[in-house]
Design a protein around this ligand. Structure first.
Ligand code: NI
Length: 185
């Protein structure tokens, strides 16, 4: 089932999400729905708060990106209760977007390599180093479960330029081919 995506300005996007319990009801269905929603919206990452669930859960599928295999082209994973335990390397710029903040794409600086611990959808525990695009997308999604949006990293000048667009989004004035939940009603 395709779920509506929460738009910028909604308080759930600003709150720290809760740990997922192993007995969380219908967890597999929620994960399936998140993958379906992400692919329908043509995204490459989606975090549970973006579908109005304050849970430490996100999904990643990079197959839609025009990148090479060695950059992470076929990277697809479910991250439950992830923890980024290390970030290394000099920060690099990469153009980011977000399904909750449509039509805004800006360069964000992040470290190129991370060590992340998480459970997959079978509750198998992982402890992995990621780099290239998987490391980038996982840091963006991890921020979502911490209540942080990529626009917060932009300069004050950039934020000022985008303010009108962001205010409109909060009020539900935004055109997307996927359904959204307005930031404020
Ligand atoms: Ni996002």
């Amino acid at each position: 089932m395709i779920l509506p995506v929460v738009a910028f300005g909604h308080p759930i996007l600003k709150s720290k999400a809760q740990e997922v319990d192993a007995n969380y009801p219908e967890l597999q269905t929620l994960i399936d729905n998140m993958f379906a929603t992400m692919s329908h919206a043509e995204g490459v990452g989606l975090a549970a708060p973006q579908v109005n669930k304050s849970l430490r859960l996100f999904v990643v599928d990079l197959s839609l990106l025009d990148i090479k295999e060695e950059e992470g082209k076929n990277y697809k994973q479910t991250f439950i209760n992830p923890v980024i335990v290390e970030r290394v390397g000099d920060p690099v710029a990469y153009n980011e977007g977000c399904l909750s903040i449509p039509d805004i794409h800006e360069d964000v600086m992040r470290q190129p390599r991370i060590r992340i611990q998480y459970f997959d959808r079978e509750w198998k525990q992982h402890d992995e180093w990621l780099d290239k695009v998987p490391a980038r997308v996982c840091q963006h999604e991890y921020d979502h479960i911490e209540g942080i949006l990529f626009v917060e990293y932009l300069s004050n000048l950039k934020k000022m330029v985008l303010r009108r667009k962001l205010n409109d989004m909060t009020r539900g004035i935004v055109k997307t081919h996927y359904k959204m939940i307005a930031g404020k009603r």
